[in-house]
Write a protein that binds this ligand. Structure first.
Ligand SMILES: CC(C)(COP(=O)(O)OP(=O)(O)OC[C@H]1O[C@@H](n2cnc3c(N)ncnc32)[C@H](O)[C@@H]1OP(=O)(O)O)[C@@H](O)C(=O)NCCC(=O)NCCS
Length: 149
């Protein structure tokens, strides 16, 4: 197993789909729409093996971050933080300034990244119809990051 600094963090390719789906299924995360949005995913690869991923549903002004998972052996070494930073930087360079996430257990992780809880009826209209949001359980927390322009 390589140290996190030696892993390659890169845009997902079509051939990564099965590994990404396995990671998500093992973590009990929703896989609906992953294939369609794979082009937005950032992955960490240890050789041929995908060991972490994050994706987003991106709209004109906002993006909904989804499907963040780091394989258990690789957790606690800053990999999740690096993936989320890279994903946000990519969209910020395209002018997006508002990011959302819906999470059951990782609110503490996203709080450290500057996200704040937000009421479901306050989300940007562009993500209001997202299946990730409408399929979220009652107990899931919606969080928002608003970047300065
Ligand atoms: C949440 C997850 C992606 C974090 O990945 P990771 O690589 O272990 O996280 P990092 O090592 O980058 O952690 C960065 C910081 O967040 C903290 N952190 C990590 N997971 C956390 C959590 N669940 N709650 C609170 N803080 C957390 C770390 O302690 C670290 O803090 P520091 O900056 O003060 O050192 C990983 O635990 C995971 O895959 N969980 C299961 C799937 C999941 O819940 N995904 C979220 C779906 S929205």
């Amino acid at each position: 197993m390589k140290s996190p600094d030696e892993l390659s963090i890169r845009a997902a390719r079509e051939g990564d789909l099965d590994d990404v789906l396995s990671l998500l299924i093992d973590a009990d995360l929703n896989i609906d729409g992953v294939h369609e949005s794979l082009g937005s995913f950032v992955v960490a690869a240890d050789g041929d093996q995908i060991v972490a991923c994050v994706g987003a549903e991106a709209y004109q002004f906002v993006a909904l971050i989804r499907s963040l998972v780091v394989q258990p052996d690789y957790r606690g070494q800053g990999l999740g933080r690096r993936l989320v930073r890279q994903l946000i930087d990519r969209f910020a360079s395209r002018g997006l300034r508002e990011f959302y996430v819906v999470t059951e257990d990782a609110d503490g992780f996203f709080k450290k990244r500057g996200f704040k809880p937000c009421d479901r009826d306050e989300v940007h209209p562009q993500i209001a119809g997202s299946s990730e949001l409408s399929n979220a359980s009652e107990t899931a927390i919606v969080m928002r990051l608003q970047m300065l322009s």
